[in-house]
Design a protein around this ligand. Sequence first.
Ligand code: GAL
Length: 680
Amino acid sequence: MDAESAVTTSDGYSLSAMTYGDATTAKAGVLLAGAMGVQQRYYAGFASWLAGQGYFVATFDYRGMGRSRPERYRRSLRGFQADVDDWARQDTAAMVDFMAARVSGRPLLWVGHSLGGQIFGLVPNRERVSAMLTVATGSGYWLENSQRLRLYVWWLWFVAVPLAMRLTGYFPGRRLRKIGDLPRGVMTQWRRWCLNREYVVGAEGEAVRRDYAAVRTPICSLSFTDDEYMSARNIESIHGFYAAAPREMKRIAPADVGEERIGHFGFFRERYAKNLWPLASAWLGRFAAAALLALGLGGSARPAAAGDGLALTPPMGWNSWNKFACDVSEKLIKETADALVSTGLKDAGYEYVVIDDCWQVSREASGRIVADPVRFPSGIKALADYVHAKGLKFGLYSDAGTGTCQKRPGSKGHELIDARTYGEWGVDYLKYDWCNTEGQDQRDAYIRMSQALRKSGRPIVFSMCEWGSSRPWLWGQGVGHLWRSTGDIQDCWDCGKSWGGMGVVHIIDQQAELYPYAGPGHWNDPDMLEVGNGGLNPNETRAHFSFWALFAAPLMSGNDLRAMAPETLAVLSNREVIAVDQDALGMQGRRVRDEGAKEVWMKPLADGARAVILFNRGTEAGDVAVNWEDLGFFPEGKALVRDLWKKADVGVMQRRYETKVEPHGVVMLRITAQAGEGRE
Ligand code: GAL
C-alpha cells in the first residue's frame, strides 16, 4: 500500500514523500533519490515492486519539484529559492532521518537514479545508510558526455540555459521540453558542476572533495552502454570521487538482458521488471542481510565503524603454526620475541606473538585449562610477562569444539572460564579454531566466545578461524576482529585446492570478491604468511606479501625468525608495503582489470593515492599496464608512480604505466595523481 507523507526539513520546508510496503515487517528500508527533473511518480512501479520483495520504500520530490512544488509556484518557479545543496543537505537528509526512524534497528539502503547517486557525498547524515545502489549515475561533465550529445550540451549550457533563465527567472524546462522546470538556483549550481571537469567535487572545493573521499558506504553501480547521457567515463569518474567506498561497477548492454534499449531512464520502466529489477534487488538483498546482522549484534541503528577500537589496522605479528606446528615451547616463544626485537621487525610493526595449537594438555577438575608443563615449565603467565616486557603482545589459540584440531582440549562449554583465565594470564589475542564442532552453529559459537572475552577484563583481539565455512564476512563484524576466509595456506604457489589447504594463488583468488567486507576492526584473514618457509621462489614470495598488504590482511609471519635469510627479512620488513597494509582507511584492495594471465589490482589509500599491483600469473615474463582510468583518476591526467619493491620513484606518467612483470610475480606501486590532475 502506498501512502503520502509530509516530511519537514530542518529549514522548515515540507516535502511530499510516498511510501510503499509495511515499515513494521520490512527487512530493510530503501530510500529512492530521483534524477534531475524527474518526479517521484516515475519511480512508483519500481518502488511498489521492491515493497513486494519485503522492503519499505520511499520516494520523494525535491523542493520545487512534482508534489513538493508549492501551489503559488505552480505556473512559474520564478523567485523560488533552492539549489542542489538544499536538495542534498536538507531534503535528502530529512528523508534519511524519516526512513531511519521508520525502519529503526534495520538497515537503510539508498537507490540513487542519476543525480540521486551524485549527491550522496553531500548528505550530512549519510552514515545512517548501509549501502547505495546507483542507477545510471555518472558525472555530468559536458566534455565527457557521449560524443553524439556534444552539440546539444554545448547549446544547452552556453545558449539555452543562460538565455531562458535571464528571460524567465527559472529554467522553464517544461516549455522547452528539456529536463523539466527547475529553480534558478538548482540550474545555476548544476550547470557549474557540468562545466567542471571534476563535476561536483571540482566545482564545490576541497571540503566537498574530502566528504566524497570519506564515504565508506558500499556502492553498486548499474550503468547502461546505451545511456545517451552518461558515457563510461562519466560513470567511472563520479564513482571515483567515492574513493574509499567499496564499489562494484556493473555495466549492462541491452543485449545482455535481451533488450534493444535501456538508456538513461529506462531502468525504472515496468517492462524491465523481469530482467533488470531483480539485479537491483539481489544486490540490495545481499547488503540488507549483511547490515542486518551487524545491526542485530551491535543493537544500535548504525553499525559501529570500528567496534571496540581494537585492530583498527590489520594485526601484525608472528604465529607458531606454519613452521613449528606442535613443536612449541617456552624457549621458542622467548627466542622469537627476542628475534622480533633484534631483527627490527617489532619496529616495522610486528606486535603479537601467538602460540597456535598444542600448548594445552588437559583441564583441572575446576575446568581450568592446563598448559603443557614440560614445554612451558614456567607457565603461560610468566611467558606472557616476558613477551610484554619486550614491548610486544601475547596471543593464544583455542577451538570452539570439544577438542582442537590436534586433539587438545577445546573451549566448548568452558568459554567463560577460558576467557577469564586468558585475562588473568595477560592474553591480548585469541585465535579460535573450528575443529570437532559437530552440531554447532558457527555464528552462535563465535558469539559465545566473543561475549566471554568481553567479560575477561582485558581487551583481546578475537581471530575467528572457521575457514570461511559459514561466510563469516557476512556476520563477523562486531563478533571478532578478523576471520579466516579460506582453508589453510600451504607453502606453495598453486598446489592443492582442497580443504587440506591451498597454495597462495588460490587464496588470492578467493579474496577477490570479499573486499566490501573488510574495514577497521573487521578484517578478512587469508591466513598466516609463508614468507621464508622455503616453498615459494623470490617472485612468488614478493607476490604473496604484496597481495596480503593489498588485501589489508593480518600480517602474521609464520617462519623461524631466529634464523632468517636476509632476503626473507627484507620482504617482511619492507615498510612501504607494510604501510599499504596498515593504511588508516582500512580498505581491502580489489581487481580492477583482468586480462587472463595479466591483472591489475588496486587499493585506495587514506591520502587519495592508490596502491597498485601489476600481477603476472603466467609462466613467462610479460608487460602489464595500468590505466589511470582503472584507478578512478582522470584518464588523461598525470600521476607519480613509485615502485614499492625497488623503493624508488619511477616518474610522473600520463594516462598509464606499463612495465615488465616476472612470472608468478608482481610489481607493486603507489600511484599519486598530481595536483590539478584529478586529485590532490
Ligand atoms: C587449523 C587452522 C590452522 C592451525 C591448525 C592447528 O584448523 O586453520 O591455522 O591453527 O588448525 O591445528
